[in-house]
Design a binder for this molecule. Sequence first.
Ligand code: GLA
Length: 745
Amino acid sequence: MIEIINETMFHLYNEKISYVMTVLPNQQLGHVYFGPSLGKIEAFDQTYLDQKMNKSAGTVKFFEENNSFTLADRYQELPTYGTSDFREGALTIFEEETPLYTDFQFNHFRTYWGKERDICKPASFAATHESQSIEFELIDTERELRIELTYTIFQHLGTIARKQKVSNMGSEARRIERFMSGVLELKNRDFDWLHLSGAWLKERHIKTTPITQGTMRVGSLKGASGHQHNPFVALKEKNTTNDQGFVYGANLIYSGNFLAQVEMDEWNNLRLMLGIHPEHFSWKLEPGASFETPECIFTFSDLGMNGLSQESARFVEKHIIPPYWQEAKRPIVFNNWEATYFDFDEEKLLALAKESRSLGMECFVLDDGWFGKRNNDRSSLGDWVADPDKFPNGISHFAQKIHSLDLKLGVWFEPEMVSPDSMLYQEHPEWVVKHPYDRVSIGRGQYVLDFANPAVVEAIFQAMEKVIIETKLDYIKWDMNRNITEAYSAYLAENGIAQTEFYHRYMLGVYDLYQKILSAFPTILIEGCAGGGGRYDLGILFYSPQIWPSDDSDAVERLTIQTGTLLGYPMSSFSNHVSASPNHQVGRMTSLMFRQHTAMFGPLGYELDLFSLSRQEKQQIKEHIAFYKQHRRLLTFGTFYQLETSGKQNEVAWAVYDSNQEEALIGVYRVLATANPASEDFLQIPFLDADRVYQVNETPVSGRILKNFGLRKPYQFNAVNHETAQIKGDFQSFVYHIQIAENKE
Ligand code: GLA
């Protein structure tokens, strides 16, 4: 997978992609190419590629040392500010008040197979035969700094992972002011800049904007990756469709403050960069010390949006998700939040649990309100002891009851938070994030705990460990409901550590708690959550195989949220719950069928008052759960595919299929009814095998017909053919089951 040409050109490739780097004439590491696979590079091709790299732009005025070479329009792997390249760089280092204009020169490289998983730090991992890495050592002799830059290519995948470390080899302390995790330089092929943005209740909507000269950026300064923007971004050719066109995805394996940006220069060159947000960040590098950035990934596909989505999903499922949960069955959950909110006791919960079991559910998740005196969201966070009024027999008794119903048990925690009325806060007011001589903001009635302080992390671990043991817990819903303001840690101050290190150290503390819990309880399933989808990122997925994607459980809203999210994240990570109608967030009324059909792509759950359902609705739930169980593998780990529909905004069609193209499920959703629609409409199913015969809900049709002519959609809707219309009105859905019938001779 890695080809070394004359010790100066480095080619990472597989059947899908090539990533080429070279040593530039000034000895820095240059970028040559990332895109469709080039196969093996011949020696004469190297000469050709090198010429491109060594040429100077005629109009450039600033040269490195002599008149023949400038960095101004060079594609670089580690550009820094302060050279003949005036664009924003990836690394900025100071010694006291003096900027160090670094010059990292290629020293040597090594290659190795495989990538070990280190539970202490989110990063990609791979078995020995599944990946190959190249590590470069770049040295700045004059300024006594060293960089280790490592690139990994994975078997059969269009993704390159990049990690990097800087070390101070000098005798004075230095300060890192910015260290982006990855840089990708390429020509602008009329790309649009794509990001997943929104807000609480409407996370990860796809936004696309044309790129013009200048810089476009998204990011977070909230102490979490955030609801507003996501670290997954992409560049897509303007005419990219669902299955054609060049797309480059980028993501960060990190859950804290981030910046993702693309800069276009005057020659149509793009510089895409991702990393820890440099705002309110700096890191002291003592002599001999090192700093490693979060890892970042770049993905390429020439198969349009579905190509990107599938590459992302395969990579994350294999190389990010905890190995224990890869391809492991996810339980069908009943969550009591929207069923009861804070108004429950043991008796009510057990009745709900019993009912959920009889409908076929497999795991009871006890949400917020079970601990301290928490009857509203202003109380008791930090006191992880069951409320005796709600659980008069204790939490372990409740857990036994749940387990005796043959249900797994999940419990909600918000480990990083504390309420002002809690015992924890009374005992340790110094454990919260707050500035000593300034006002302190409160969000949702709570403070953030100082996870930069290892003692805080340990104390929370011990409290959680006790509950996990007492309840023989199977599942944790790990929530995080407020962002960080007035970032300040008393612990860092006491230890002489700059407050600009706080945000990153906070994240390392969060990862440390994950690590402690999973080291002690390796099979526990952790569902990530942050006021819904406020921390849907690869850092969290490294520990939590699934995430509660949004507090908006409305089926129509979820169509948009899920379509956006699955561009960068696997379907198996996207928790779905069927909730009540009218929906609690938007008040929309939809049929149970529509809600179940939208919730079935990914891990399934229910979150509504089971006692307000009619007998018919309960029967429908039973049947849907039986159907889901029958197809659970496909609906969790199958290949997700977004189909092209004629209805654009008003219609969504999702498919999921198995790797042998033998079975598929297709969900068609129409949001609003339209007047006088076409009497017939078809959906082309490109992923089927043309040479096979399929059964579509029992009817035989050849793959060739389904691919080219298309699948007949379930309507004439509405007016004209009222008699024959299969579905009518707003919020309608239809699910097709396609299965191989026989091989055509
Ligand atoms: C957050 C979560 C919800 C629920 C509530 C409980 O908003 O996203 O699912 O757990 O907290 O307070």
